[in-house]
Design a binder for this molecule. Sequence first.
Ligand SMILES: [Fe+2]
Ligand SMILES: [Fe+2]
Length: 305
Amino acid sequence: MKINEKIFAAKTMLSDTTPLHTFLVKGRDFSVLIDSGVASMFGDIVGVVDESESSDIRFLFNTHPHADHIGSNKQLKEKYGLLVAAPVGSERWIEDMAYHYEQFCLPFPNILPHSEETKQDILGLMDGGSKVDLTIMEGITIQLDDETRLITLELSGHMMYEIGFIEQSTNTLILGDAITLYEGDLFPGHFSPRQYRASVKKLAELNRQHQFKQVITAHFDPTDSAGLNKHLLGVHRMIDQVDWTIHEILMEAAEPLSLEPIWRAVCVRMGRIYEFRGLAMVYGHLTEAVQDGKVLQLGDLYTVR
Ligand SMILES: [Fe+2]
Ligand SMILES: [Fe+2]
């Protein structure tokens, strides 16, 4: 799929309602891929490289190290001899699959224990660990020719390590999961509401400044400046709603509660399924509420009363 004269996208459906996109940015000197999707997308991504008529695919940038963004790393590396670049800190998630599973799916094994099925589901999205050749951070510029330029942005919140890009010549904002889906039956998860809010604010400011012509993300359909604002508002409301819901649960509880009943009640009240991503997210909200003095932690128990 062609986004504009410089940018192409591969697309698959992760579920009936959730698309997954990866991107190619074409320069005259060299081209780059942004995210590698799931392992089964390899053929689609090769198709996009062919469609774009790019000759030199020099780098693959992983926006963050979640399975649906790094899944074809190994195959793409083998096919194009490209270098894999990922955010500072994300290396081990990409290189070591056992570590990936443990960090991602087992945030609290006493609440959600190891499940072979979940392990196979998640690891099956990726074609195996592969080496990260360089790590990148905010402010790095990738010059694909004299006018095509990618500027790197740091956008953590959903994940500890996440980057996005602005392609300057086409005024396009390119994101992985820096903004997540805010509706649906699953919490996409965010590890730090504070950092997520900061990234949402940063994107709103950048959008005011640049009025992005196109905004492309992993899990939303391509949109524009107005569409980005709508998504930012959706994410902002979701973060707030998780905070209010936790507060409400703690206000109504006769006694201090531990993480598990709080997480289960948040899922019920917000209509989401019980899953590891939501569990880590609720823990992140509780931790920061304790840091801010809004919730009192007594041992493993939380209270507002
Ligand atoms: Fe993600
Ligand atoms: Fe994703």
